[in-house]
Design a protein around this ligand. Structure first.
Ligand code: SF4
Length: 443
């Protein structure tokens, strides 16, 4: 039996150069490969970096679906199903919209694959695939098999999973929905083994909220310190309130941490249910503590809540410049299906497209709903302008020198290339037609 994994891109502009950065190894595929019995032949097509061979000789296709890639996933599936090859789908979007995904494939995998993968493969071999397989969201103890990435060019960063889910309930967050507001820590000895085997100098610790459980995080940092690795991860600013945790984090090799600030507005934070993080008066002090600990910050902001207007985007940009963040993202809000945000906007009749992810003519960077105090078009433009401004050579130069010594020399060196490249790609990424141009070869 042969199994073909497919990771779809969001879409491609016709004949234009596709975005070159941020293509990390898709860790989920390596986990699925590890779960697959060795007698089953496997191959991977990463649609983000290569063309899919729709004529490949295979017995089963497995597609990982995210909301942004749903339309393209369904189109890819159609190609294989026309040849009589069964298609299985899994991933966040499938869990959030199982009835929709079922219309486009032979079988859906809901939840984590660990407890259902082998059964599904056995059924496929016997020609009796079930319509649905529902995995347990519990303990997982698999070590990824990266041999599936052989010959593909990804960013030279190793990915190691440390946990899944999050205890918080931010209203826009699909992760929180997927894991029903729970955090599942991975066993520390497996993380240590994975880190020991990493191929690259830098590691990204894949975790929706690495510091969701402070005690677990502290024990993990202590366990990985002797390995002498350098790493980046994702957390919330509340970690800066715990001095011991912050010190242990740095000592274990943390160089940069992604922090979702989301908004500087009290009303917005309240509306998105993210006021748990810190009192607004202490935000600057907490940022300073992270920086003083020698950790750079990748700050993310989201716009489109009811208190947002032109001023709030500008304020966030100024805040990001003031603190000389390692890098920052200025995104508009996206109502992911079945999140509390989606249901609220729908109830208020503010969605521009009910199913924006399937909408013909929908492009990356467009809002899918009407904000209250600003037009959808204006907000999209302001987010684009903020990204451009934050990564303009002049801003990068002043941020770079102001943050000298904060991270290791190598990461400080990477700062320049990364930030300038982000700036160059802002407009390439804007207006990518979602799901379109299946056969365009990325250049
Ligand atoms: S803290 Fe982050 S991961 Fe957790 S629910 Fe909020 S946005 Fe999602």
């Amino acid at each position: 039996m042969k199994l073909t994994f497919i990771l779809p891109a969001i879409g491609k502009k016709p004949g234009q150069k596709y975005i070159g950065t941020w293509k990390m190894e898709p860790l989920t595929i390596a986990v699925l490969k590890a779960l697959t019995p060795p007698e089953i032949e496997t191959e991977l097509y990463d649609d983000r970096i290569e063309l899919i061979d729709y004529g490949t000789q295979t017995d089963l296709v497995c597609i990982t679906v995210e909301t942004y890639t749903a339309k393209r996933s369904y189109r890819i599936a159609e190609r294989f199903r026309q040849r009589g090859i069964p298609v299985v789908m899994g991933g966040y979007h499938v869990r959030l919209c199982p009835e929709e995904a079922e219309l486009y494939c032979d079988s859906v995998l809901l939840g984590n694959a660990e407890t259902i993968w082998v059964q599904m493969l056995r059924d496929a071999q016997n020609g009796c695939l079930q319509k649905r397989y529902t995995g347990e969201t519990a303990e997982y103890d698999v070590r990824p098999d990266r041999s599936i990435f052989a010959g593909k060019k990804y960013l030279p960063v190793s990915l190691v999973e440390t946990g899944r889910g999050c205890i918080h309930q931010c209203d826009f967050c699909s992760i929180s929905q997927f894991y029903c507001h729970r955090y599942y820590a991975r066993q520390h000895d497996l993380i240590v083994q994975d880190l020991r085997d990493t191929k690259y100098k830098y590691t990204f610790l894949v975790d929706d909220n690495l510091v969701a459980d402070h005690d677990n995080a502290l024990r993990l940092f202590e366990a990985i310190t002797p390995l002498g690795k350098k790493w980046a991860g994702q957390g919330t600013l509340s970690m800066a309130k715990n001095e011991k945790l912050l010190k242990a984090m740095k000592k274990s090799g943390c160089e940069v941490i992604l922090i979702g600030f989301e908004s500087l507005s009290k009303e917005n934070l309240k509306q998105m249910n993210k006021s748990f993080n810190y009192a607004l008066g202490e935000r600057d002090e907490l940022v300073k503590r992270v920086h003083d600990a020698g950790i750079g910050i990748y700050a993310t902001f989201v716009f489109g809540y009811d208190d947002d207007d032109e001023r709030t985007v500008e304020n966030a940009l100024e805040f990001a410049k003031k603190h000389n963040f390692y890098t920052a993202a200025f995104n508009h809000l996206l109502p992911f299906p079945n999140t509390p945000l989606y249901h609220r906007l729908r109830a208020e009749n503010r969605l521009i497209h009910d199913k924006w992810w399937l909408q013909e003519g929908y492009h990356y960077g467009e809002l899918a709903f009407h904000p209250k105090k600003i037009s959808a078009e204006k907000l999209s433009q302001l987010c684009r302008d903020a990204r451009k401004e934050f990564s303009a050579p002049k801003t990068v130069l002043s941020r770079g020198f102001a943050s000298l010594g904060r991270t290791s020399p190598l990461l400080w060196g990477l700062f320049w290339g990364m930030n300038l490249r982000i700036g160059g790609e802002v407009d390439q990424k804007m207006h990518i037609p979602i799901g379109e141009n299946l056969d365009e070869l990325p250049k």
